[in-house]
Design a protein around this ligand. Structure first.
Ligand SMILES: *Cc1c(COP(=O)(O)O)cnc(C)c1O
Length: 462
C-alpha cells in the first residue's frame, strides 16, 4: 500500500514511512492511495472474535508491506495487553437501540490509548530495525498527551515532548503527563490554548532544519497509523450488533475529527454505516460547517469537555480531500484560505459531506443534564465528552437503526464536571489510585516557537 498527501505535492510513502513522518512535506496529511474493501463474508466472520483478531483482519492490508504477519500480530497483542477489560472495547446498552461503546479501559482512561499503544509498539519495532532514534512532539488538549507518554515512556529509541495548554487540562490529565519518571518523557505547559500548541507543532514540522536536526516524528491524530487503529472498533461494535446484515449509526464526540474520520474509513471499507454524527460542544466549527455556514475559525472557549475545545480540526482536511473528489490542489487552496480565517465549502463537496455526516452541538447545561439523566435512567456514569455524544445521538436517532455512541473517556478523568452534574464522585480504577501522590515533573514555557524548539534541542538524549 502506498500513502499519498491530501495536498498532492509530497512523495508517496510506505506505511512505515508515513507513520514515522506524520505530517507530509507539502503540509498535507497522508492517506492510503486506495482504501481496501472487505467483503460481506469477511465482515460477518468478525462477529465474536477477540478484539486482537479483528484488529489484525482490519489493519493488515494497510501495513502488510512494512511488517511481517507474525510481527504485526505480536505488536497488536502487546498494544492491548495493558487494558483493564478483556473485551478491550465493550458495548453497553443505554436504552432501546442506543448503545455505548466503552473506549476508556486503556492505561490512561481515554480512547486515545487504542491508537497510541499500537503506535508505540509499531515505532519500537520499526526504529529498532532501522537503528534510528526519533523525537516525538505532540500537542494535546489533555488525552493525546497522556496516552502518548504512556505509550512511549521508557522506549530507548524515542524522546517524547508533549505540549499542553497551561491550566486548561484536568488535574488527572495533567498528572498522567507529569508523573511518569522516565527520562525520555518531557511535559511542557505552554502559555496558550490548544490551538496554539497544535500550531507550534505544525510550525516545527514545517521548519525543515529543526525537523531534520532532531528527527522529528509526530503522533498527533494527523498520523494515519492512529486513524487506522481507530477503524478497528467500528468493525468490532458493528459486527457485534449484526453487521453486515444490519446497518448501524455512530455518534462521535468530536474535536480534531480523527475518531469520526476512522468511522468514515470503516464505511469506505464496506462496513454498513448509515450515519456518522459529529457531536461538538460549544466549540462548534464542525457543526457550523456541516450546517452550511462555512469553515471559519472562532475563539476557543474553555468547556467542561476540554478534549473537544478545538477550533481547527486537523483531520477534517482528510474528509475535505474525499469530498472534493481527491483533488489535492483544491484542498491546498482551502488550507491557504484557512490561514486567513476560513473558507466556504463548494456545493458539490457539501453534498458529499452530507451523504455521510450529520452534526449537533451541545451546550454546557445540556452536557450536565445529560450526565445526570444517563445516571438516572441507565445507571451509567459518563464523562462530559460522552454526554455530548449521547445528547446529539438522542437527537439523531432513527427508529430502525441501532445508534452507537462512542464513550471516549472514563468519568474519573473529569471528576469535577461529573460530580457537579450528578453529585457522584467518580473513583479512579484501583490500578491508578495513587496518581495524586506521585511527584510531578513539568516545564512551563512561553507560547513561542523559538523557545520551544530550543528547549527540545537541549533536552533530547544524545
Ligand atoms: C480526543 C478526544 C475527543 C475528540 O476526538 P477527535 O479524534 O479529536 O475528534 C473526544 N473525547 C475525548 C475524551 C478525547 O480524548
Amino acid at each position: 500500500m502506498k500513502y499519498i498527501s491530501t495536498r498532492g505535492q509530497a512523495p508517496e510513502l510506505t506505511f512505515e514511512e508515513a507513520m514515522l513522518t506524520g505530517l507530509a512535506r507539502d503540509g498535507g496529511l497522508y492517506l492510503p492511495a486506495e482504501i481496501p474493501v472487505m467483503s460481506q463474508e469477511e465482515i460477518a466472520a468478525l462477529a465474536g472474535l477477540p478484539y486482537e483478531e479483528i484488529a489484525f483482519s482490519v489493519m493488515w492490508p494497510y501495513v502488510s508491506g512494512s511488517f511481517a504477519k507474525d510481527e504485526f500480530k505480536a505488536i497488536i497483542a502487546r498494544a492491548y495487553e495493558g487494558f483493564g477489560h478483556d473485551a478491550r472495547a465493550p458495548l453497553k446498552q443505554l436504552n432501546e437501540n442506543h448503545f455505548l461503546l466503552e473506549l476508556f479501559h486503556g492505561p490512561t482512561l481515554a480512547f486515545k490509548d487504542f491508537a497510541m499503544q499500537l503506535i508505540g509498539q509499531l515505532f519500537q519495532v520499526a526504529l529498532k530495525r532501522r537503528g534510528e532514534r526519533v523525537t516525538i512532539v505532540g500537542a494535546t488538549s489533555g488525552d493525546t498527551g497522556s496516552a502518548a507518554i504512556e505509550a512511549f515512556r521508557g522506549l530507548d529509541a524515542v524522546d517524547v515532548f508533549i505540549l499542553f495548554p497551561h491550566g486548561r487540562v484536568s488535574e488527572v490529565q495533567r498528572r498522567q503527563m507529569t508523573t511518569p519518571a522516565d527520562s525520555n518523557v518531557h511535559a511542557l505547559a505552554v502559555d496558550g490554548d490548544f490551538d496554539d500548541c497544535q500550531a507550534a507543532v505544525k510550525d516545527m514540522f514545517n521548519d525543515f532544519e529543526f525537523r531534520d536536526g532532531v528527527k522529528l516524528a509526530g503522533v498527533n491524530s494527523i498520523n494515519f497509523a492512529r486513524v487506522l487503529a481507530q477503524v478497528v472498533y467500528y468493525f468490532s461494535a458493528a459486527a457485534s450488533l449484526g453487521a453486515p446484515h444490519r446497518k448501524v449509526s455512530f455518534t462521535v464526540p468530536t474535536g480534531n475529527f480523527g475518531d469520526i474520520f476512522a468511522g468514515y474509513i470503516a464505511k469506505c471499507m464496506g462496513l454498513p454505516i448509515d450515519r456518522l454524527v459529529v457531536a461538538t460542544n460549544q466549540n462548534d466549527i464542525l457543526h457550523r460547517c456541516l450546517s452550511g455556514q462555512g469553515y471559519f475559525k472562532g475563539d476557543t472557549i474553555p468547556s467542561i469537555s476540554p478534549s473537544m475545545d478545538i477550533q481547527v480540526s486537523s483531520n477534517f482536511e482528510r474528509a475535505l480531500y474525499y469530498a472534493y473528489g481527491e483533488d489535492g490542489s483544491a484542498v491546498s487552496q482551502l488550507m491557504d484560505e484557512l490561514k486567513n480565517g476560513g473558507f466556504n465549502v463548494s456545493q458539490g463537496a457539501m453534498e458529499a459531506l452530507r451523504e455521510n455526516f450529520d452534526s449537533g452541538r451541545v451546550s454546557e447545561d445540556e452536557t450536565l443534564a445529560t450526565i445526570k439523566s444517563a445516571l438516572a435512567h441507565s445507571a451509567e456514569l459518563v464523562c462530559p465528552h460522552t454526554a455530548v455524544g449521547i445528547k446529539v445521538a438522542e437527537d439523531h436517532r432513527a427508529a430502525d437503526v441501532p445508534m452507537i455512541t462512542l464513550a471516549t473517556a472514563h468519568p474519573a478523568k473529569f471528576p469535577a464536571a461529573v460530580e457537579k452534574a450528578s453529585d457522584v464522585h467518580p473513583p479512579l480504577p484501583s490500578r491508578m489510585s495513587d496518581l495524586y501522590e506521585r511527584p510531578e515533573r513539568v516545564t512551563r514555557i512561553a507560547n513561542d516557537l523559538g523557545a520551544i524548539e530550543d528547549h527540545i534541542k537541549r533536552h533530547i538524549a544524545e
